[in-house]
Design a binder for this molecule. Structure first.
Ligand SMILES: Nc1ncnc2c1ncn2[C@@H]1O[C@H](COP(=O)(O)OP(=O)(O)OP(=O)(O)O)[C@@H](O)[C@H]1O
Ligand SMILES: [Mg+2]
Length: 465
């Protein structure tokens, strides 16, 4: 593990009813340089989170009042971005496994060893901070395009960008639609003007309308002053409408009018205001199919798709996989303050695993896998099992499945993922010794081996070199 991680931006909340343990954990977090707060029970934890949101909660399972198992779903519901790791006494492993299914990032059994906690928090902390900075997106991210499929996309971007025509970007989730939208803006004649993004799926009709068109004071409860909408704010720049397929029919009509007449009527207002902007829209659903089903207005569709850019899924542009991985390694290493000389290296077997996988979550999934590998790999060598991706007969989501699917499928995937991490970690610790690993997991050798077979995990990957 590289010890130069900067976790000073990481906010950790420690929840435990035992004063000693709380204090001990707090000191450990301080040792990592993280910002730490504490709470003695579940209710106090929620109050603390309201005052000071946390990136990571380390919570005991058994506490008087609200237990850790009850606290977890509440945190996940109210602060979906907050990761929760459960600390549990012996004998409650069953509950802890349930917690993983409810979205806990990890669990540790007491009595735990300090190194183990430090390692866990470094790993999760690094991922959280890396994710936060990636979400910031921004011009910092360089667009990798080595595969002919992606080169064609860039060529289209280059040709379409200078005109003021609306652009529609289509592609599965995680293929890089937002990045391409930013590239269109950056190559346009309005690159110096704002790029304003709105996710249509995240907002109700009313909020979307007020966000885009603005509102006047008193238009609704809480509207205590006039507010300009994004179309007006853009001032000739680019407005990026993400997930357009989820706009309601009513809103589609309103948007169409804006595009036709170049005016908006703020919510509660009585006058139209002229607006100027370049529209870039994105969808991960087949808009044409939505049109044929009557779920999307045809007239609006034709206005949006004057220029259409389709981003192929990652599985259809294999030549991008390794260059993307290399760029993500460099970025993750930078975030984790790993010096250039110590950049983790992909082993040939890890490269094969990356190339063989179907990437249902596309580039975003690749980015996550690589970030994870950079943090968990040992001595800078990335092996297949550090990537946390499928490779065996099961556990690998089939092509096109994406993040979607039923609850039970998602649960099954989470469980397989958990099993994989669990057994791989045990094998890593015992350097591939199955008997010792099985014992550490409290399983018989036969049961452990059966799991390895089901997951397609090869113990020889873990032998000391
Ligand atoms: N060609 C690329 N080169 C470098 N990074 C990329 C590329 N494509 C995508 N990424 C990175 O992958 C992540 C996902 O990309 P992005 O958010 O643009 O995808 P998206 O299609 O908008 O996903 P969603 O449908 O889930 O919103 C981002 O962190 C982005 O920087
Ligand atoms: Mg997006």
């Amino acid at each position: 593990m590289h010890d130069a991680n900067d976790l000073s931006q990481l906010r950790v909340l420690v929840v435990d009813d035992e004063d000693d343990i709380r204090l001990g954990l707090k000191r450990l977090m301080q040792r990592l340089g993280a910002r730490v707060s504490e709470a003695a029970d579940g209710a106090a934890a929620l109050r603390e989170l309201e005052r000071r949101p946390a990136d990571l909660v380390l919570s005991d399972l058994m506490m008087p009042g609200m237990t850790g198992a009850e606290l977890l779903p509440e945190i996940k519901r109210r602060w979906p971005g907050t990761e929760v790791a459960i600390l549990t006494g012996y004998g409650t492993v069953q509950t802890a496994v349930q917690c993983l299914q409810e979205g806990a990032a990890h669990f540790l059994t007491k009595p735990f060893d300090n190194e183990e906690i430090l390692r866990l928090v470094r790993r999760l902390g690094c991922q959280i901070l890396a994710r936060r900075s990636a979400d910031g997106g921004g011009p910092g991210a360089t667009l990798v395009a080595e595969d002919p499929g992606m080169k064609r996309v860039l060529e289209l971007v280059r040709r379409a960008a200078p005109s003021p025509m609306p652009v529609l970007i289509e592609g599965e989730s995680g293929t890089g639609k937002e990045l391409v939208a930013r590239a269109v803006h950056a190559a346009s004649q309005v690159a110096e003007l704002p790029f304003l993004a709105v996710n249509c799926a995240a907002l109700s009709d009313t909020l979307l309308e007020s966000e885009l068109f603005g509102h006047v004071r008193g238009a609704f409860t809480g509207a205590d002053r006039d507010r300009r909408g994004l179309f007006a704010e853009a001032g000739g720049g680019t407005v990026f409408l993400d997930e357009v397929a989820s706009m309601s029919p009513a809103f589609q009509g309103k948007l169409l009018r804006v595009l036709q007449e170049q005016v908006v009527r703020p919510v509660g207002g009585s006058r139209d205001l002229p607006v100027r902007f370049r529209l870039v829209a994105a969808t991960n659903r087949d808009l044409q199919e939505q049109v044929s089903r009557g779920a999307f207005r045809e007239d609006l569709y034709y206005r949006l798709q004057v220029v259409r850019i389709h981003i192929p899924p990652l599985r259809e542009r294999p030549q991008d996989i390794l260059p993307l991985a290399a760029s993500f390694i460099a970025r993750a290493a930078e975030l984790c303050r790993i010096s250039l000389g110590e950049l983790p290296v992909l082993g040939a077997d890890a490269e094969r695993a990356l190339l063989a996988y179907s990437w249902p979550g596309n580039v975003r999934e690749l980015e996550n896998a690589v970030q994870r590998a950079v943090v968990v790999c040992v001595d800078g060598a990335v092996r297949p099992y550090h990537l946390g991706i499928g490779g065996g007969a099961w556990g690998e989501p089939t092509a096109g499945e994406g993040q979607a699917g039923s609850y039970s499928e998602a649960k099954q995937r989470a469980l397989v993922q958990f099993q994989r991490e669990f057994v791989e970690r045990a094998l890593e610790r015992t350097r591939g010794n199955v008997s010792q690993a099985a014992e550490a997991c409290g399983l018989t050798r036969a049961a452990f081996q059966k799991i390895l077979r089901q997951l397609g995990v090869d113990r020889t990957d873990f032998l000391a070199d």
